[in-house]
Design a protein around this ligand. Structure first.
Ligand code: CA
Length: 232
C-alpha cells in the first residue's frame, strides 16, 4: 500500500472518477471533496500528503481555497485547471500551489506530477537541517563558498545568475512563476521584466546545460515560469 494520502477536490464527477480510479489502481489512499468549503474541511481534518485541486469549483474560488489552506499548512497542492483558466493557474501558483495539470490531462501526466511532488516531499522531510551544499545530478552548489560546480568543474556565474539558480534549487520540483522569481531575485515584478528574466535564464542555461536547447535541469513552463527538475 502506498503510504501517501491524496485529497481530490473536483466537482466534475467523470474527472473525479478518472482521478480516483487511477489513484486506486496505483495503491494511493485518497479522500474526496466536491467543493471549496469541503476541501478546506477535509484538508484540516485528514491532513493529506498531497492535494489535487480543481480551480473551477461551485462555491469558492480555487485560489481562495489555497490561501485558506496555506494559512496553516504547507501541504503540496497540484491545481487542475481548464485551458481557459490560464491566468487563474498563475494566480494559484502565486498563492502557493506547487504544480499544475491542464485539462484534459492523461493518466500518465497525473501520475508523473504525483511522483515529482512525492520526491519533493521526501526531500523536504529529509532536509530538516539546512544543508550547506545542494546536489542534483552533476550540479552542486556550495552555499557557504557561493560556488557552483557541474561535474566537478566550477561554473562562473554572475551574482544575479547565482541568485536565480539558488532560488530554483531551493524550490526543486516546484513551478515558480515569473512574478515569484522577479520578486525574489530582483525585488519587483514588473511585467516588462519578464523579458530580462528570459535573458538571464538563457545565459544561466548556457553555463549550466550541456544542450541549452534541450535543458536537463531547468524546465520552461511557457507563459507561466520555470522549474528545477530533480535529476536522477
Ligand atoms: Ca470544476
Amino acid at each position: 500500500m502506498n503510504k501517501f494520502q491524496i485529497l481530490v477536490v473536483e466537482d466534475d464527477a467523470p474527472v473525479r472518477n478518472l482521478i480516483t480510479t487511477t489513484l486506486k489502481a496505483h495503491n494511493y489512499r485518497f479522500i474526496t471533496a466536491t467543493n471549496g468549503e469541503g476541501a478546506v474541511m477535509e484538508a484540516a481534518s485528514h491532513n493529506p500528503d498531497i492535494i489535487l485541486l480543481d480551480l473551477g469549483l461551485p462555491d469558492l474560488d480555487g485560489v481562495e481555497v489555497i490561501t485558506r489552506i496555506r494559512g496553516w499548512s504547507n501541504v503540496p497542492i497540484i491545481v487542475i485547471s481548464a485551458r481557459s483558466e490560464d491566468s487563474d493557474k498563475i494566480d494559484a501558483l502565486d498563492a502557493g500551489a506547487d504544480d499544475y495539470l491542464t485539462k484534459p490531462f492523461s493518466v500518465d501526466e497525473l501520475l508523473a506530477r504525483l511522483r515529482v511532488t512525492q520526491r519533493r516531499l521526501a526531500l523536504i522531510r529529509n532536509n530538516t537541517v539546512q544543508d550547506s551544499c545542494y546536489e542534483n545530478g552533476q550540479l552542486c552548489i556550495d552555499y557557504a563558498k557561493r560556488c557552483v560546480y557541474m561535474a566537478d568543474e566550477e561554473l562562473h556565474l554572475t551574482p544575479m545568475e547565482y541568485k536565480l539558480l539558488c532560488l530554483l534549487a531551493k524550490n526543486t520540483g516546484k513551478v515558480l512563476t515569473h512574478k515569484y522569481i522577479l520578486t525574489n531575485v530582483w525585488g519587483n515584478s514588473l511585467e516588462s521584466d519578464v523579458g530580462s528574466l528570459r535573458v538571464f535564464m538563457a545565459t544561466l542555461r548556457k553555463k549550466l546545460e550541456k544542450t541549452p536547447g534541450a535543458p536537463q535541469y531547468i524546465q520552461t513552463h511557457i507563459g507561466v515560469g520555470y522549474r528545477m527538475i530533480r535529476v536522477e
